[in-house]
Design a protein around this ligand. Sequence first.
Ligand code: AP5
Ligand code: MG
Length: 218
Amino acid sequence: MATALQARCVFLGAPGAGKGTQAKKVADGAALAHISTGDMLRQEVAAGTALGRQARTFMDAGKLVPDDVIIGMVRARIQQPDAKTAWILDGFPRTLPQAEALDRSLTGATALTHVIYFAVPEAALVGRLSGRRTCSKCGAIWHVEHKPTRRAGICDACGGELAQRSDDRPEAIGKRLEVYRSQTAPLLAYYRDRRVLREVDADRSPEIVYQELLKLMQ
Ligand code: AP5
Ligand code: MG
């Protein structure tokens, strides 16, 4: 079990790089809030809210949800009591306007402590995404080959049913990778210039990546 970390951290990387898998584990072990914009949007979609209906068309097509929607959602989330001092942002920011908005809302004692880039060759990403299965009850992330459940289609953690994300279809995967290259990859230079960028080789086993992250986040 890891000790509590006072980190305000961004996990940056392509779709399928392992951000969600690691963010859940690090956040659970180190008492950090796990703020996943993708998970928040999927909850809105599942609840049928106006925001969810607006977001769904973008998400299913593999496109980004408009910046103003996302920025408002994250600003509200990081003001919640559990997220005042220590958190992992998973999937945000992913455009330059989002990164600039985050900088504006964090100052002094709440400034970012780490931005960690999950480096994975693109060739490995498609297989990770197309084989991913997610528990519809507890959100645990599985993979048909890399991280199979004991019983096919049933979550080992809670017994919930596994589902495939609607944006893990081949057409949407291709679009998401293209959007990542054009809109999110430029953030690497943005954070490198600010001297907060660290890199983890995330093309290794989840356990090795996890141990490396704990070292980087001390
Ligand atoms: P989001 O949910 O954030 O999706 P994403 O960024 O495309 O990232 P993924 O969740 O697909 O990948 P991941 O890195 O979390 O990988 P995971 O750990 O699951 O966003 C979805 C959509 O919401 C966006 O397309 C957009 O429409 C919208 N959205 C969200 N945020 C937004 C924002 N800020 N602005 C605008 N729009 C936004 O792992 C993947 C698979 O690989 C799993 O099966 C896992 O078991 C396996 N795996 C993990 N690690 C390893 C490993 N080390 N070795 C082998 N397999 C592994
Ligand atoms: Mg994710």
